[in-house]
Ligand binder design. Structure first.
Ligand SMILES: Cc1cc2nc3c(=O)[nH]c(=O)nc-3n(C[C@H](O)[C@H](O)[C@H](O)COP(=O)(O)O)c2cc1C
Length: 207
């Protein structure tokens, strides 16, 4: 018999349109499998769902080849070919009544784009602080508009992942939400250190 003060951990909690069956929430964390080892990744997340966690997230999931974090092996949602890799994880998680989440991400100073060979870009021009010290170029207004478009496309693909997962397993819990997280060097959560750009040059992100 557990102590009653822990009961709250086992109560369902609403997250927007979905309900997590308890308060055990696995935040995004990488594991060396990602898109390149999608079956192993799905099995690992599935074990967590089987163990009782209510929400299981992917790791960092890059939304565009200009933000490629290779040699780290993480997830990507660059085009339709990436959708099945994430759908298989959704199925593994849904099989145990848990919700699946994806951490859509755009690294800005963490990625050297060793796989895509694209030039990295970010709010200011400076070297990346990861394995390979290549130079990040400063985004202009067109880059900012493109990034907003890519982000929208990734969210659209995320909805298709969920649809594909539902189609392949009709009894699955209907999920899920994106995880709004990030760490240093990722564009959605920049520290003041990076806020040196002259916004008059390229305009605010909403321009
Ligand atoms: C191996 C490892 C990989 C991680 N990968 C990510 C990641 O891809 N994205 C992210 O936002 N956080 C990542 N994290 C941070 C975790 O999500 C989490 O915040 C951290 O482990 C602290 O857990 P806590 O907040 O429950 O104390 C990672 C952590 C570890 C240990």
């Amino acid at each position: 018999m557990r102590d009653q003060r822990f009961d709250i951990l086992f109560e369902p909690v609403r997250i927007g349109p979905v309900v997590a069956k308890n308060r055990f929430y696995q935040p995004p964390h990488c594991n060396g499998m990602g898109s390149w080892r999608a079956q192993a990744h799905a099995a690992m997340r599935g074990v967590k769902a089987e163990g009782g966690w209510a929400v299981i997230n992917t790791e960092h999931c890059s939304i565009h080849p200009t933000s490629d974090v290779v040699p780290e092996v993480l997830h990507a949602l660059w085009d339709d070919a990436d959708i099945p890799n994430l759908a298989v994880m959704c199925d593994a998680v849904h099989a145990h009544g848990a919700l699946a989440g994806v951490q859509l991400a755009y690294a800005a100073y963490y990625n050297s784009n060793r796989y895509s060979r694209e030039v990295p870009m970010g709010p200011v021009a400076r070297p990346v602080d990861s394995y390979y010290p290549v130079q990040v170029r400063q985004m202009d207004k067109t880059d900012i508009r493109n990034l907003r478009r890519w982000w929208g496309a990734a969210q659209h693909a995320d909805r298709r992942v969920r649809r594909l997962a539902r189609e392949s397993r009709p009894a699955a819990a209907r999920a899920d939400r994106g995880h709004a997280g990030g760490r240093r060097g990722r564009l959605r959560r920049q520290r003041p250190y990076y806020h040196r750009r002259d916004v008059r040059a390229a305009g605010p992100a909403g321009a």
